[in-house]
Design a protein around this ligand. Structure first.
Ligand code: ATP
Ligand code: MG
Length: 387
């Protein structure tokens, strides 16, 4: 893969423009790692010797997104790029690429790439990439002290890339894990989201336990048994649902502990309801009707994992089963409340909703056809006999 292929023309234009103005500029971070792994990167971060003010002067369209970290978002041909001034310990220091790379977390993330495809590898990141190793840049103690979140990032990258954590780096995580207590839960959650959607979440979760990191994370100690049986997740939401069911946590407990979003909370609530049903019997019409495919599939997967069963239902299978139901929702009924009121020749009230539900149930279970005349006859008959 060449740089032209890997990086968009717009990103190269950003680098060229910085260079034309007398500054250094290179690709850094995850994109360089992914380039060397032959993977398509999604975001191209650029590091430069130019100050944020200089960056803002050079480019027409910029957004301040993290000026305190020296980051300016540059829009080039509508594509956004994070352009960060070389990070240094001390503002008086001469800004250099070396210092920038030294302040990154792992050797594989501390590589830089020029637009002419020269790799700048000051910490043997390429060798670690080849040997599939996550190793802190220079001193793990110093790196983890600067930002304890990196301990979880180590586990996350090990899980996403299927790499091993280098011994000294891992040992330092074991020793320094308590420092994670000072890290905001929002940042930790982002790493879990990525861990959950990796190809091998079990590996990541096992490393969290093995390193002792689980002991300092909310709700984690109760999760221990059951981890080994988890299957890969399609979405991070599924991961959180599995976390909840494995640990037998309540929705509100987990939502509060990891500050999950409203959308995640809603998904977890549905999962919990569906799981209670699944505990009683395998999914039947009522559940297929009531819950989305995502919920059904997630619950089935986790239920099977936790009960040592092999899952024999695919996502597509649930889609098909749902499609075979006589109706997909109330909206598919050919009658509505107004019809019932008219037929009954009286006033509306709570009875309307109740009768709609009875019709819904009868249609769903094939006791009643979803035809206007059929339903009308059935309704008039039953309604009169109950009066
Ligand atoms: P992903 O594919 O998950 O986005 P990534 O390597 O791009 O992986 P990001 O979290 O987006 O990960 O970070 C981009 C780069 O910024 C990293 O490769 C690393 O060089 C640096 N970085 C990010 N967070 C940290 C941190 N907490 N400590 C040190 N360096 C960091
Ligand atoms: Mg990234």
């Amino acid at each position: 893969m060449t740089v032209d292929f890997f990086a968009s023309p717009n990103s190269i234009a950003v680098i060229e423009k910085l260079e034309e103005n007398g500054h250094e500029a290179v690709f850094v971070g995850g994109a360089v790692r992914d380039f060397l792994l032959g993977k398509q990167a999604t975001d191209f971060d650029i590091a430069t010797s130019a100050t944020p003010e200089q960056v803002k002067d050079i480019f027409k369209q910029t957004v301040d997104i993290g000026i305190e970290h020296g980051t300016v978002l540059v829009l080039m041909g509508k594509e956004p790029f994070e352009v960060t001034t070389y990070r240094t310990e001390n503002v008086d220091d001469e800004k250099s690429l070396r210092e920038d790379l030294l302040r990154r977390d792992f050797t594989i993330n501390a590589l830089a790439l020029t637009k002419d495809e020269t790799i700048i590898d000051l910490f043997n990141g390429q060798a670690d990439l080849e040997n599939k190793i996550i190793r802190a840049v220079e001193s793990p103690e110093e790196r983890f002290l600067e930002d304890p979140l990196r301990m979880i990032r180590a586990v996350r990258f090990a899980s996403v890339l299927d790499f091993a954590i280098e011994e000294k780096t891992f040992e330092t995580i074991r020793v320094e894990k308590a420092r994670l207590e000072s890290v905001s839960i929002e940042r930790i959650k982002v790493e879990f989201d990525k861990l959950f959607t990796s190809g091998n979440p079990v590996k990541g979760l096992q490393l969290i336990v093995k390193s002792g990191v689980g002991e300092v994370l909310p709700l984690f100690p109760r999760l221990l048994s059951g981890i080994d049986r988890m299957m890969p997740f399609h979405t991070s939401k599924e991961g959180w649902a599995a976390f909840m069911m494995t640990g037998k946590f309540t929705v509100s407990e987990l939502v509060a502990a990891y500050k999950l979003s409203n959308d995640e909370k809603q998904f977890l609530s549905k999962v919990q309801k569906a799981y209670e049903k699944r505990d009683l019997h395998s999914f039947q019409k009522d559940e297929l009707y009531c819950f989305d495919v995502d919920v059904l599939y997630c619950v089935e997967k986790v239920y099977c994992s936790l009960h040592g069963k092999i899952i024999d239902v695919s996502r597509e299978n649930f889609i098909k089963q749902k499609a075979l139901l006589p109706i997909q929702s109330k909206k598919d009924l050919v009658v509505n409340g107004k019809d019932l009121i008219q037929w009954a020749g009286g006033k509306g009230g709570r009875w309307v909703g109740e009768w709609i539900e009875r019709i819904e149930y009868a249609v769903l279970h094939g006791h009643l056809e979803n035809h206007l005349d059929t339903i009308k006859e059935w309704f008039i008959n039953d309604f009169d006999s109950e009066r």
